[in-house]
Design a protein around this ligand. Structure first.
Ligand SMILES: NC(=O)c1ccc[n+]([C@@H]2O[C@H](COP(=O)([O-])OP(=O)(O)OC[C@H]3O[C@@H](n4cnc5c(N)ncnc54)[C@H](O)[C@@H]3O)[C@@H](O)[C@H]2O)c1
Ligand SMILES: [Zn+2]
Ligand SMILES: [Zn+2]
Length: 381
């Protein structure tokens, strides 16, 4: 049996960004049915990640408006388009900003999650199959964001960008695994790979950075050093096993020098989760020569340039970067959900706020003020 809305346009509420930096407006949008290889989902919960904020502010990013933001969410399949075999109405899913077609060289490689077809594309505002949007208001198309656009009661997503998860997993918790928490966790566990007993520095103590710290704790790091410009982050960070803090503002020399001093030459691993170019350079230069590995996670300003002296690399330091913590969304995300279900990974401590959909703009204010970690937005309130 298929849902009563399958094949029909669904009018529903969506939070539309009409202009850069202006409050979102809840509008009635029309959501077209899913086309070939697409799935329409009912979004149950969504949260705000800093990447939404950057593209909404559009200060150092390409502006594209009107647009429906949102990419960290959980939902239930409403209907599927032609050719979709492994998802059906009622399945519980997490949409992911980067996909997995299963066919390309990247999807077939054990090392990569950078799918040729469905990798992150921040500038595209349309669906791949026909170059059109599935959202409109009185015939005016509204752009998609990251192929997910979860600030809408219904959204259309490519089937390759949906991870089918355990139906028993609480959607109001696991929604944060759809971006930030998996990204930080995977950046440490899959990319930085600290050895037991090592020292790890985490730049930026928002949800992504604290998830990276959680990865360091799980990997058995003995020292986790947190770096942030906002001292109010330090209290929260203690719950994540970080008990040494460095605020770059407290020092009149580069923070990498301070870190090298307190660690006798540098950290074994560092993970950058700020999006700030200077923090990226510091994160690289604070790793120990001979073996140190730095991983960049933050999304930079589009014109930012990474500068360091080549001797820093010659001295056997490694610089890496990752999207979505190197997890393949469809293959790997269900097992991250299971880490939560088996209590190996805690999600509750990342959730500091809850809001009804009607008050979504407050979530932007919290993040702009650097207040709290993740805010869960209930789409049905
Ligand atoms: N690569 C990926 O796949 C991926 C996925 C999700 C998020 N991101 C990016 O990760 C970053 C973190 O996201 P979030 O949601 O945790 O954001 P957040 O705003 O909650 O946290 C960012 C933290 O960085 C701190 N910070 C900013 N500049 C700093 C600097 N120069 N030095 C030290 N600390 C600094 C802020 O005070 C804040 O506490 C963002 O850039 C986001 O776009 C990347
Ligand atoms: Zn994100
Ligand atoms: Zn692929």
């Amino acid at each position: 049996m298929s849902s009563s809305t399958a094949g029909l346009v669904i009018p529903c509420k969506a939070a539309v960004a009409w202009e850069a930096g202006k409050p979102l407006v809840i509008e009635i949008v029309e959501v077209a049915p899913p086309q070939a290889m697409e799935v329409r989902i009912k979004v149950k919960y969504t949260s705000l990640c800093h990447t939404d904020l950057y593209f909404w502010e559009a200060k150092g990013q390409t502006p594209l408006f009107p647009r429906i933001f949102g990419h960290e969410a959980s939902g239930i399949v409403e209907s599927v388009g032609e050719g979709v075999r492994d998802l059906k109405e009622g399945d519980h899913v997490l949409p992911v900003f980067t996909g997995e077609c299963g066919e390309c060289g990247h999807c077939k490689s054990e090392e990569s999650n950078m799918c040729d077809l469905l990798r992150i594309n921040t500038d595209r505002g349309v669906m791949l199959s026909d170059g059109k949007s599935r959202f409109s208001i009185n015939g005016t198309p509204i752009s998609h964001f990251l192929g997910t656009s979860t600030f809408s009661e219904y959204t259309v997503v490519h089937a390759g960008c949906l991870a089918k998860i355990n139906p028993l997993a609480p959607l109001d918790k696991v929604c944060i695994l759809s971006c930030g928490i998996s990204t930080g966790l995977g950046a440490t566990l899959n990319v930085a790979k600290p050895k037991k007993g090592s020292t790890v520095a985490v730049f930026g103590l928002g949800a992504v950075g604290l998830a990276a710290a959680e990865g360091a704790r799980i990997a058995g790091a003995s020292r986790i050093i947190g770096i942030d410009l906002n001292p109010s982050r330090f209290e929260e960070a203690r719950k994540f096993g970080i008990n040494e803090f460095v605020n770059p503002k407290d020092h009149d020399r580069p923070v990498q020098e301070v870190i090298a001093e307190i660690t006798h030459g540098g950290v074994d691993r560092s993970i950058e989760c700020t999006g700030n170019i200077n923090a990226m350079i510091s994160a690289f230069e604070c790793v120990h020569d001979g073996w140190g590995v730095a991983v960049l996670v933050g999304v930079p300003n589009k014109d930012a340039v990474f500068m360091t002296k080549p001797i820093n690399v010659l001295n056997e330091r490694t610089l890496k970067g990752t999207f979505f913590g190197n997890y393949k969304p469809r293959t790997d995300l269900p097992s991250v959900v299971d880490m939560y279900m088996s209590k190996k990974l805690q999600l509750e401590k990342f959730i500091t706020h809850q809001l009804p959909f009607s008050e979504i703009n407050k979530a932007f204010e919290y993040m702009l003020k650097g207040e709290g970690l993740r805010c869960i937005i209930n789409m049905e309130e």
